[in-house]
Design a protein around this ligand. Sequence first.
Ligand code: PXL
Length: 439
Amino acid sequence: MKNSSLLTIAGSDSGGGAGVQADIKTFAACGVHAVCVITAVTSQNTLGVQHVFALPAEVVVGQLESIFSDFDVGFAKTGMLYSSETIHAAGKYLKKHDVSYVVDPVMSAEAGGNLLSTDALLSLKDLIKDAFVVTPNRFEAQTLTGVTITSIDDAKRAALKLCEIGASAVVVTGGHLDCRDVVLSGGRFKVINGSVGGGTHGAGCTYSASLTANLMLGDDVFDAAKKAKNFVIDAISSSRQVGCGAAPVNQMHRIIKDANRFNVLQDLAYAVKQLQECGECVLLLPEVGCNIAMAIKEASTPDDVAAVEGRIVRLHDKMHPAGCISFGASRHVARIIISALRFNPLLRAAMNIRFTPEILDACNKLKLNTASFSREDEPSLTKTMDWGTSYAFLHAAKTPDVIYDEGGVGKEAMIRLIGTDALSVAKKAIVIARIASNA
Ligand code: PXL
């Protein structure tokens, strides 16, 4: 049996943020196979649209023929259609093959540039008659309904008018309405709140594409809309400045972050296992216990850093993890990494071990770069790990592998090993323990 594919009928954005590029990335991030019919080729960058070339109708029809003669199209989404001919062709094939579809009534690019021919508005309304969902922004909803929209109540009135045209459900997206989306489905309204900061080029396409993928995967309109909102907020907030103008949203962010978190957990689990199996490592345990931690790329809070819950303790003369490995499990070692990352984004792992002259000697024998701070120099109202780590980095001649302090009143002396990943830090600890145990 064939798996269903999700079809987008849309224009190409050479800047990679919106259009068919946004749709395919979003579909892929949602785990569905994307097929596409390209309706127009736009020449654009982050500063705007420089040129639009609408593909001849027979080229659009050719793509529709190829797709429908092979794939099982489970759902479809339309974006930039540009001409009446293309709109008719899209409608004809979607109806003929009984495919439910979402219409994103794209009219113009945010940075300027017409993406719908002026004589094609009536055809677009025709397509909306049989749409499962329509996802206009405030301006598109105004143009389609004649309702001036300056409030949520206005957006609701426009949504009702779009349902009168024939759409089963409507989302008036809130990029221009305090980030609040108005959803109308089955005669019921829901307003979905959201706050965003970041680049927005491609946000509309990405929202609509995510909504369509969620619908194909079985969500009702309200659930699909809520999930799409979260997806687009994530994509907007992780947008990057890649040109001189509007930053394109980042559809891959969530999936890459999840994969990164999984890799960190795996690396850390293997590192802890190595430490557990090392007989000599028990001598590295400080009174307060130790922990080993690793951060995802671009970590900014301790919740982006995984470590052992309840630290690593002594059991039967071996190191033993007291709890599971999870994100947010350590504030202390996490702070060391977050501070180190500011100096070198590759340094994503750290471990605190006992301070003894023999252990420090072992670090020196291994020619590790050591740096230190003194608790006496610590200004009040600072977090020791933030301050101590930054101090060591600022005063060291080379990037430190080892940062130590000799303790203070009521504070145990400590060594911290820093590295790129948990396994390499654990391996360093194992070698240090073996050298120190022979001293
Ligand atoms: O975001 C609307 C949109 C849709 N399709 C294409 C676009 C844009 C915006 O720039 O370029 C091809």
